[in-house]
Design a protein around this ligand. Structure first.
Ligand code: UGA
Length: 423
């Protein structure tokens, strides 16, 4: 098939590259000139395992990058993969989706055959039918039966996005007419997984409900973990026992500093805002966020319990990314921890294998170390905020500290004398 992908962020770029890998001819449209040119050079601005190799393999062969929408009419189907950042009062800001739809609509004016528009961006239920369809139709001057519309949510995890694209648990295609849905489905031919066909609004909701449920599992594990710590019970042992029930599953029950990233916090806020706008009080969702916001505070309480006032103390913060295998610091639990440490007068020595530069843009005035040992040297305490595998074997390195006061926000260390946030 000939596929166009609109938006060269992590979802769009990964999708474009993977569609090319599946044998399609792909046009990637990215209007940000800097971002487009780094993708064209084969060096994307995001760090994603396996992406660079596939990008270089397909660039200028089956994958073409452009800043304009000119190539859209030559394609059979367009995937909208632009950002939906958190806007006012938790609702997502849909202005980028809207302007992408205007440009997409205009580009379809002269196309004389059927085209399918697929929304991949995470959007609140009703957005595809209420915003995307009318905007594209208005700007294309074409009739409703000449353009088909689908909603196809993505379930990619940062750091494993290529793997997730190629080997998903399921593919969800929401459409209100089978012709459009069939075309979207055929873009995934070759991936052997269940394809769930739903209505458009259900597909939109499946994405939000999936992320909200996964976030709930984490906050649930954290709440049980906080309780376990008081009772001197190992929450990891407990969750292993709980997760072995196939109705629950062992995944996403790792207690710790809480969830970060660009998706869970944003999508939960969007769902809460949606519930509120409907006059519903989303009790569980609010609690999920509340537990998550309290976990970083608990790290600092534990720290103070160990070393007293933090004023003037040197604290090594290991891990800045919101999780391992990414340089993304968006909504990382390290952010509230570092800001509060600064507030308390601590001196911070931070280290992350990938994310130092990104965190420096957000919080410029702390010490960033290029080696873990530089951060640990003479530290009064160390806190581990990201589950980087390279931290797992740290042991003698902690001897560089003034005292071995080690607090884990993620269960990753194997040394003996550490203490976990809730274990
Ligand atoms: C998440 C979902 O997992 C994807 O399915 C979804 O497509 C994506 O959001 C999205 O909406 O685009 P992602 O944010 O990349 O993916 O990262 P996750 O691997 O889900 O981790 C999120 C956060 O939860 C991290 O901070 C991680 O450390 C934390 N986490 C994860 C825990 O604290 N405990 C766990 O058991 C698992």
């Amino acid at each position: 098939m000939k596929i166009s992908v609109i938006g060269g962020g992590y979802v769009g770029l990964v999708s474009a590259v993977c569609f090319a890998q599946m044998g399609h001819t792909v046009g990637l449209i990215e209007i940000d000139i800097d971002r487009a040119s780094s993708i064209s050079r084969g060096s994307p601005q995001i760090y994603e395992k396996g992406l660079g190799v596939l990008l270089s393999k397909h660039l200028e062969k089956s994958l073409h990058v452009s800043t304009a929408y000119d190539a859209i009419p030559d394609t059979d189907i367009s995937f909208i993969c632009v950002g939906t950042p958190e806007g006012d009062n938790g609702s997502p800001d849909l202005s980028i989706v809207q302007s992408a739809c205007q440009s997409l609509g205009r580009s379809l004016r002269d196309k004389d055959s059927y085209h399918v528009v697929v929304v991949k961006s995470t959007v609140p239920p009703g957005t595809t039918e209420g915003l995307v369809v009318p905007t594209v139709l208005e700007h294309s001057h074409r009739a409703g039966d000449e353009i088909g519309f689908c909603m196809n949510p993505e379930f990619l995890r940062e750091g494993r996005a290529v793997e997730d694209f190629m080997h998903p648990d399921r593919i969800v295609i929401g459409s209100n007419d089978s012709r459009a849905g069939d075309r979207a489905e055929s873009a995934y031919r070759g991936i052997e997984v269940p394809i769930i066909r739903t209505g458009i609004k259900s597909a939109e909701m499946i994405k939000y409900a999936s992320n909200a449920f996964l976030a709930t599992k984490i906050s649930f594990a954290n709440e049980i973990g906080n309780l376990c710590k008081r009772l001197d019970i190992d929450v990891y042992e407990v969750m292993k026992g709980v997760g072995m029930d196939h109705r629950i599953s062992p995944h996403f029950l790792d207690a710790g500093a809480g969830f970060g990233g660009s998706c869970f916090p944003k999508d939960l806020s969007a769902l809460i805002a949606l519930a509120q706008s409907l006059g519903e009080e989303p009790l569980i969702l609010r609690s999920v966020l509340k537990v998550n916001e309290r976990q970083p505070v608990r790290m600092l309480e534990l720290l103070e319990e160990k070393i007293g006032s933090l004023e003037g103390k040197r604290i090594a913060v290991l891990g800045l990314a919101f999780k391992n295998d990414t340089d993304d610091v968006r909504q990382s639990r390290s952010i509230p921890v570092i800001l509060e440490l600064e507030e308390m007068g601590a001196r911070i020595a931070a280290y992350d294998p990938q994310a130092n530069d990104n965190m420096k843009k957000l919080i410029p005035d702390i010490e960033y170390c290029s080696r873990v040992t530089d951060a640990l040297k003479d530290a009064d305490a160390c806190i581990v905020m990201t589950e980087w595998p390279e931290f797992s074997l740290l042991d003698e390195e902690f001897d560089l500290m003034k005292n071995r006061v080690i607090i884990e926000g993620r269960r990753i260390l194997s040394c003996q004398d550490k203490e976990g946030i809730c274990w």
